[in-house]
Design a protein around this ligand. Structure first.
Ligand SMILES: [Zn+2]
Length: 430
């Protein structure tokens, strides 16, 4: 259904004539039939971007006279493949000179339709709203076939049933066309590939975004390399939110929130971001339900008076390009504003760093059999020492702008006993 609509849109564009891209339909040969659709030749230089808007970074500029392969349509953009790059080009720059040469993209066989796995038990509804009647409940981990997008909902087919599901609970999965040759047999398991220097791998993961590898388990440690998105790494050790991994010849630490057990297929530009937010929300929800069971009431005090300037979750990088996962919440106020312990605690760490969190304090809270950690970053002054006992509401330092900071503010984090970040706003409000 989606492909039919695509073909119609393409045809409409072609009829307008003129152009940057010339259609060069490639007659699919027997061996490439399942992959090949339509190839175009650029007739002018054209930016290939990471997403379907000019806000996304330019992956490369495609020179005049090069061939690109059409993949799919996303609003006013086309997803295309150019050499080893896959990205987006604005539809308004895609025009076909010779309409008579045009052939619509090959209608794919049903087996190459996009598929998603449910990441939770999920209601299949009769319309794209929670007001829609529940057709059935799809269990977690089941596969549905994508039909079309409707706002934050996808129309999907599940077994014999068709309906609408909230797309934030779907994970794109790779489906191999039935007609493709069987995959090459996997090489025998070989502990030396990738090399782990004799250390046993605890499992393989894939990066779901470009990911910094550091010399230690924290943003204050210096950078070893940036691992590109979609690369396989071997997990060697764990420290809080950080995994020590082997990537090719590099060994270092990465934030585990950017690793996935499965290689995500980016059928849409924000798929990896949605997956990250889903994982983070799931962690916070788990902790919240644990806290409710312990009958704790308002365990966390607001650590500072200030203006909320950045929430927990995905945001655009304030000091560089691209997106990042903001592991805490930021409150801005004037330099020297008192910073208060959010609950009774023992001081766990007092760190002075020129980068990352700058001067920061970590408190350990043991409450009714549960352990939490709170972190206070970018401080100007720190008034406590490790091992010191502090009371809820006691001043531990002063607001500042040390480390990776664009102005005076407190960066406040809460971690669970496994040192995984959770959404502090949810817990402060609890
Ligand atoms: Zn922050």
């Amino acid at each position: 259904m989606k492909r039919t609509a695509t073909a119609v849109m393409l045809t409409a564009t072609i009829l307008m004539g003129g152009g940057i891209i010339t259609s060069t339909p490639v007659e699919a040969s027997a061996t490439t039939a399942v992959k090949q659709s339509t190839t175009y030749t650029t007739t002018d230089a054209l930016n290939l971007r990471a997403g379907n808007s000019t806000k996304y970074k330019v992956l490369t500029t495609i020179p005049k006279g090069k061939q690109v392969q059409y993949i799919s349509t996303h609003g006013s953009w086309y997803k295309v493949k150019y050499g080893k790059h896959t990205g987006y080009v604005s539809k308004s720059y895609i025009k076909v000179q010779k309409a008579s040469d045009f052939k619509p993209p090959v209608t794919p066989n049903a087996s190459s339709t996009k598929s998603y796995a449910t990441t939770s038990n999920l209601n299949l509804r009769s319309t794209n709203s929670t007001k829609g009647k529940i057709v059935t409940v799809i269990p977690k981990g089941k596969v549905v076939s994508y039909i079309s997008a409707h706002g934050s909902w996808y129309k999907v087919k599940y077994g014999t049933k068709t309906g609408y599901v909230a797309k934030s609970y779907l994970k794109a999965i790779s489906t191999k066309p039935v007609s493709s040759p069987p995959p090459a047999p996997k090489p025998p398991a070989n502990p030396k590939t990738p090399p782990t220097g004799g250390q046993v791998s605890l499992g393989s993961f894939y990066t779901i975004d470009s990911l910094n590898m550091r010399k230690g388990a924290g943003v204050e440690h210096s950078l070893i390399t940036a691992i590109p998105k979609g690369e396989k790494v071997e997990h060697l050790a764990t420290s809080g939110n950080w995994y020590q991994v082997q990537y090719k010849t590099h060994r270092g630490w990465v934030n585990y929130g950017y690793l996935s057990k499965t290689q995500l297929v980016d059928t849409e530009p924000n798929a990896s971001i949605k997956w990250l937010e889903f994982e983070a929300t799931k962690r916070t929800d788990t902790l919240l339900s644990q806290m409710k069971q312990t009958t704790l009431k308002d365990p966390f005090l607001m650590p500072v008076q200030g203006r909320l300037t950045s929430s927990y979750g995905i945001r655009s990088n304030p000091t560089g390009a691209g997106y990042e996962f903001h592991t805490g919440v930021d409150y801005a106020n004037v330099m020297g504003t008192p910073i208060l312990a959010t609950a009774d605690a023992m001081v766990d760490r007092v760190v002075s760093s020129a980068t990352g969190y700058g001067k920061y304090i970590v408190l350990r809270h043991d409450m009714k059999g549960m352990t939490f950690y709170s972190l206070y970053g970018h401080l100007n002054k720190m008034n406590v020492v490790p091992g010191q006992i502090v009371k809820r509401g006691e001043k531990i330092g002063e607001l500042g702008s040390t480390g990776r900071s664009t102005g005076p503010h407190l960066h406040f984090e809460i971690q669970n006993s496994s040192r995984q970040n959770v959404n502090p706003q949810t817990l402060l409000a609890f």
